[in-house]
Structure formats: C-alpha cells, structure tokens
Design a protein around this ligand. Sequence first.
Ligand code: GLC
Ligand code: CA
Length: 542
Amino acid sequence: MEKHWWQEVVVYQIYPRSFKDSNGDGIGDLRGIIEKLDYLHTLGIGAIWLSPVYKSPNDDNGYDISDYEDIMDEFGTMADMEELIAEADKRGIKIVMDLVVNHTSDEHHWFIESRKGKDNPYRDYYVWANPAEDGGAPTELQSVFLGSAWKYDEGSGQYFLHLFSQRQPDLNWENGKVRQEVYDMMNFWIDKGVGGFRMDVIDLIGKIPLEGITSNGPKLHEYLQEMNKATFGDKDLLTVGETWGATPEIAKLYSNPARHELSMVFQFEHSLLDNEPGKEKWDLKPLDVSELKAVLSKWQTELGEEGWNSLFWNNHDLPRIVSRWGNDKDYRVRSAKAFAILLHMMKGTPYIYQGEELGLTNTPVSSIEELDDIESINMYHDRIARGFSVESIMESLNAKGRDNARRPIPWSAEANGGFTTGTPWLALKPNYKEINVEAELQNPDSVFHTYRKLIQLRKDHPIVVWGDYELLETSSNVFAYYRTLGEERWLTVVNLSNFEEKISVDARFNRVLVTNTVEEVTDLHAYTLSPWQAFVVELSGN
Ligand code: GLC
Ligand code: CA
C-alpha cells in the first residue's frame, strides 16, 4: 500500500463555538483558534478537523449551512479563515473541513428557491414528494432528531425530506446539478489550501427515501468515485466519511485505495456497545469490556491492505470517554490516560476531540433548561410525551447528551476558564479552576503530557503506524495487544477496571515506553496490574 501523510499524523477536532473566544461575545471563533495554534503545535498534532464554520442560522450549530463559501458571522471572516490556514500551515498543521452535503439549511438560497414552487429551477435540488393517499406524509420515515422525516409545504402541496431537523432539508443527490455544485464548492476550498474533508453522514447521500432506503443506497459509491475524480482525486488529501452503520466489509468499499473513494471512515461499532441492541442510544447498558476487545480487534485486523482505520473515542456528538467508560471520580487521570494509551498504540489515524487531552469529563445537569442541543431537547419532549419520567430522561441525557462534549474549553483558572471575557454561550463545567489547559501544561504528570508523549512515540517509531496487530488472551477486563514490525515487537497492556488484575505473558522486555502509574513494571510472567494501570513495553528478542 502506498504511504500517505494522513496515515502518520494525529488529528485534533475543534468545535469552534466552544474552543476559544477572541472578542468577548461568548462564542468561540477563528481568531481564537489562531491564538491557540501554538498550544496544538506543542501537543504535536498534524491536522485539525474543523467542525463547520460556514454561514449558518445554527439550528444544529453549523451542521445546517446556508452558504458553503462564506464564514459564519460569529466566527469571523474569510480573511480570518485564510489566515488560519496559513498560520496552521506554518506549524505543519493541515485544516480538514467538515463537509455537510447530505442536507443544507432551509436558509440556503437553493432551498429558498426550491420552495417557491414546482416549476422553480432549483425544485429538484431537494427531495420533494406528493402526500400519501390520506394526505399525510409520503412514507413512515422518521427523522434522526425524531418525528416524521417529511415536512409539508403549504405553498406547493408537497412534502420535503429532512432526515435531521425540519430546518435541514435533504439535498437530492440524484440530480447531477447538485453533485456538480458540491464538487465546485469542494474545489473552492481545495484552492484555498485545505488538507481534506470530514464528510458528515456521507452514507446517506445514496438514499431512495420513497423505498425506505436511507444509508448505503445503491449509488452511494458511484457518487463518491465521481466526487473523488472531480475534486481531490489527484491530490493527497485526508478524506474521512462519517458512516454509522459501517462493517469492515463496507469500510473497505470506501477506503480500499484501488476504488478511489476516501482515505478512511469513522465506524461506530464500538460506540454502540453501551446501549440496548436495536434500541435508541438513550437506552443505557453497561459496557462489556470483552465486547470492546472483540470489536476493536476485528477492525484492527480485518481491513488489511484494503483499507485504513480511524481511531477515536470522542467527538462533538459523543459523551466524554473518561465519564462514559472510565472512572471520572476516583481514577479520572489514570483512566483518561488508560484510554489514551489503549487507542494511540493501535493501527490507524487517531483523532483527539478538544478537551480529551485534558481528561475533561461529562457535565451532568438537573434540568433540560441547562441544555442547548437540539437532539437533546427533541428527545426530552418526545420521551415526556411517551410517559418516561423526568429522572430517567435526565439520566440518559447526562450519560449520552451531546452538550457533554460541547461545553467551552477551560484554558486557565480565570473567570469562565479564560474561554471568554463575556458570558459563554453554554456554561463551562464548574471545575475549571482545577482542570484547565494552563494547569495541565505545568504538571508533567498530566493527561495532556501523556497525549503529547503518545503522539511523539507515533512520530519516532514506524511500528506504531505500520506494525501488525495481535490481541493477547487475558482476563476479560484487561485489554492487551502486540504490535509487530520486522524484528520489533511492542506490547500494550491496559486494565479497564477499578480492581487489580493479573496477567501472565511469556515474554521479557527491554524498556517501558509509556505508563500511567508510578509503579514499576516488573516480570511479565506474573504481574499484578493496579486499577486502570496501562503501559507499553518493547519486548526483547525472546
Ligand atoms: C452528523 C454530525 C452531527 C449532526 C448531524 C447532522 O452526525 O456529526 O453533529 O447533527 O450529522 O448534520
Ligand atoms: Ca467570539
């Protein structure tokens, strides 16, 4: 397999609204990101995935775009954006744009035109359908944000499709003009020097809604091959698709280099392990570590030369890993480092979501008024109407709600964590006086310094990028694996529990590369791991 830069870097995701406010309006912005590029350079990342910064009325915080070639007023100007790309480039950091093209905002001029009537030239840019015989919605299809996915339009007597909010109408990818508009827009950004695209819910673009087909539609891969050819195909860009239902077989369709589609996808199989199978993400179930081992190991081994993995615990849609599967009370620092070590020694491109490198935790709240996210608010009203208790709803939202990841970043112990001099758009978690960037930078034993070290190991040792993966048999709460490249062999061992665990490995080691405890790692033939202990060792010849 030909080698690419995006296989060797670590990517950092920025949710701009919550990263750093530069002008005191309480909302993070592009100049705030520019201010913090040196911090990201110190961490050692090679690319930033920037959540949407385009013009948007913010019904879904920028995932509803009204102009793809302009910047959201609150975030700055196109000149700021160009400066961000240039300043990042000076530090060896590429900017990966969030490409949200399954849908637009209802304020996009294409939709404003489309809505004007059946004869409008933009009508077929979106998915319109006649009412069912009884006058109701064309099909039973449900929106991801709950309720019917069809919205009635009085003016023309037809329904339009919205797989997300009513203000996010779905584009009609069957229309070649729509596809060409998207490719032109992508080229506009490529010409500005961006390093790639993260493709929002890309598995939905081949949908045939009237037949009930949403993800993995028949023309999905044809469209991606067409896109590849029309835009980034002859450039070495990072392209990563968000694909909730991907199996390794499906992931190979996207990322097999011979097929000329994408660099990699985000698969979510591991992220679905803590809800009741077949139910909603809110229907909680404890994680079974042996399932996590099985799923991640399957992905590590099954893509082979026909694909490339992304590695992540967190993003702007998911709860904080240390609260979700770690222990954010007695072992916050240790379990945060344990998850970092576990993921960053695997094969694939690691993604860090802002604040993960500080070991930030979830932010439980007691009432829905304290939340902003449209998905959480819709879920609340839906479940109230279905007779769920407020307590059970808040329990689910505190465990899985998206605002857990969207609280502003605490930069220092100053008021509002130094995120803003004004009033933050969403309150910070009150513990920012203890957990903040400044404190993490100063403390050599912080979560930040473990992330920094892991990134450096990846830069210094090709085995981390290219080595083969092999799971080691251990007790169920211990996750241990080998990486092997030529004569070199590394062993990663992680105790994912609050208890001591014993391991027995028939091997000796030369040196410890990284660890999250002060305890010395001794004879591996009979070693007792302390709670959440994690380390990586280089094994000796025999
Ligand atoms: C993706 C985004 C999410 C957004 C949705 C609709 O899942 O990650 O934040 O709400 O798509 O664009
Ligand atoms: Ca601002």
